[in-house]
Write a protein that binds this ligand. Structure first.
Ligand code: CS2
Ligand code: MG
Length: 405
C-alpha cells in the first residue's frame, strides 16, 4: 500500500480546521487533523510546502518510520506547528492501516480495555446562577463530571465564560483581524472562586465531579493558595494552575494541597513531561492527539505516564477536529492509563463536513465500528466553508501589561 496523493484542506464550518487527506494506490482514503488554534495557516503551509512533497510513493504501512523521518529527519524537531503536521500524517496513516485491516483503530492499539469512555463537559456562567443552570443542563445530558468556569465580579470577561447570555456555548477564538483583548485580575479571582465551589457543592452534593481550568494564569504560590482554598470542596482536578515551562513550580503547589493537578494541552512531545511525570508532580496528562504527534506521539506519553499511575485526559475542545477527537476515543478505548475524556461539543454546521461514527450519550462515548479512525471528511462540503482569520484572545492586567491567557 503506497501513498499516492496528499492534500491539505483548510475549512471553517463554524471554526477553522486543517485536515490532511491521504490517498493510496489501492483506493483507500485516510484523514488526519492538524489544527492549531489561531495559527492554522502556518501548519497548513508546513504541511503543504514541506511535508506533502515527501509523501507520495512512501509505504503507507510504515507509520513509525514515517514519524521518525518527519521528526528526526527535519532536524528542527518538536514545537506546536511541526508536531501538529506530524500528527496529521500519523493519524491518517493509522486510519489507512486500520482500514486495510478492516478493523476500527482501537483493535490495532491492543483492543478494547473498557466498556465506555467517561467524558466531562463544559459548564459556564457569567455568575453562579447562570453556572448552576449550565451544570443542571449538562447533568440532564448525562454528564457525571463537569468543568466549571465562572465570571469574576468586576471583570467583564473571563476564561471559559460567554460574553452574552445569547451565546449557548463558549468559543474562545473569534473571527476578525485582531484578537479580542480581555482584562484579568488575579486577586478578584482568588477571592471569588472558593464561594463558587461552596455553592456548587451545596447545590449538587458530593457525587458530581467538578473540574476547573485556571488556564495558566497564576504564579506558583497563587496556585498553591487556590488549590488549598478549594480543597474542602474536593475538585476532581485543577488544570494548568500555573504555566508549565518551569515544571519545578508544580512541586510548590503539591506541597500545599492534595487537589489533583492536570496539565499538558500546550505540550507537544513526551519530552515535555520529563520532569512532571517521573517526579509525580501531576495526576493527569492533557496532551491532544492533534498537538502531540498523533496516535504514535500520544501513546509514548501515556505509556510513560502509566508507570507512575498518572492518567490520561486527552484534550478535546472544539479546536480539535472530529478526526482528532475520534482518534483520541480509540486510544481511550484501548489504553490502560485512561482517566477521563474532555468533550466540548461541536456546533453546526460541522457535521456537514465531518461525518463521525462515534456516539455520545448519558455522559459517555463509544467509538464506532467503521474500519479506521471512523471519520469521513467531505472535501466538497469543506469548500462551502472557506477559512476565516480568527485569533485567540489576548489577556492584559489593569495596567495594560500582557498576562497569560
Ligand atoms: C481549554 C482549551 O479545553 C481546554 O481545557 O484550555 O479550550 C483551550 O483554551 C483551547 O484549546 C485553546 O486553543
Ligand atoms: Mg485547558
Amino acid at each position: 500500500m503506497k501513498i499516492q496523493s496528499a492534500d491539505v484542506v483548510v475549512c471553517s464550518p463554524g471554526r477553522n480546521y486543517v485536515t490532511l487527506v491521504l490517498k493510496t494506490d489501492d483506493g483507500l482514503v485516510g484523514v488526519g487533523d492538524a489544527t492549531v488554534n489561531g495559527r492554522e495557516l502556518a501548519v497548513a503551509s508546513y504541511l503543504q510546502d514541506h511535508v506533502v512533497p515527501l509523501l507520495p510513493g512512501r509505504d503507507a504501512h510504515a507509520i513509525e518510520d514515517t514519524w521518525q523521518y518527519l521528526h528526526r529527519g527535519a532536524y528542527w524537531r518538536r514545537g506546536p506547528i511541526t508536531m501538529a503536521a506530524i500528527a496529521a500524517v500519523d493519524v491518517a496513516l493509522w486510519d489507512l492501516k486500520a482500514q486495510s485491516a478492516g478493523l476500527p483503530l482501537f483493535e490495532l492499539l491492543g483492543g478494547r480495555s473498557r466498556s465506555w469512555i467517561r467524558a466531562y463537559g463544559h459548564a459556564h456562567g457569567r455568575d453562579v446562577a447562570e453556572l448552576t443552570d449550565s451544570v443542571h443542563a449538562l447533568r440532564a445530558e448525562g454528564f457525571s463530571a463537569v468543568r466549571v468556569q465562572v465570571g469574576i465580579p468586576g471583570l467583564s470577561n473571563g476564561y471559559g465564560v460567554t460574553v452574552t447570555s445569547a451565546q449557548s456555548r463558549y468559543e474562545p477564538a473569534v473571527a476578525g483581524d485582531q484578537p479580542v483583548e480581555e482584562v484579568w485580575d488575579t486577586g478578584r479571582y482568588l477571592r471569588h472562586l472558593p464561594s463558587v465551589f461552596e455553592e456548587l457543592r451545596n447545590t449538587f452534593g458530593p457525587d458530581l465531579d467538578l473540574l476547573h481550568d485556571v488556564h495558566h494564569r497564576l504564579s506558583p504560590i497563587e496556585a498553591a493558595r487556590l488549590a488549598k482554598s478549594l480543597e474542602p470542596y474536593a475538585p476532581f482536578w485543577l488544570e494548568d494552575v500555573t504555566p508549565a515551562e518551569n515544571q519545578e513550580s508544580f512541586r510548590l503547589v503539591r506541597e500545599h494541597s492534595t487537589v489533583p493537578l492536570a496539565t499538558g494541552e500546550t505540550f507537544n512531545s513526551v519530552v515535555d513531561y520529563l520532569r512532571l511525570i517521573p517526579e509525580q508532580l501531576i495526576d493527569y496528562v492533557r496532551s491532544a492527539v492533534t498537538h502531540a504527534g498523533g496516535v504514535t506521539g500520544l501513546r509514548r506519553i501515556l505509556d510513560f505516564a502509566a508507570l507512575y499511575q498518572i492518567r490520561s485526559a486527552i484534550h478535546g475542545p472544539t479546536d480539535i477536529s472530529p478526526i482528532g477527537l475520534s482518534a483520541a476515543l480509540h486510544i481511550d478505548t484501548a489504553h490502560h492509563a485512561f482517566g477521563i475524556q474532555e468533550f466540548m461539543q461541536y456546533q453546526e454546521p460541522i457535521s456537514e463536513v465531518f461525518d463521525v461514527d462515534y456516539t455520545f450519550s448519558d455522559g459517555v462515548f463509544q467509538p464506532g465500528d467503521r474500519p479506521g479512525v471512523g471519520v469521513r471528511f467531505d472535501v466538497d462540503a469543506a469548500k462551502r466553508f472557506p477559512y476565516r482569520r480568527a485569533y485567540l484572545p489576548v489577556n492584559r492586567l489593569a495596567d495594560g501589561s500582557v498576562h497569560d491567557w
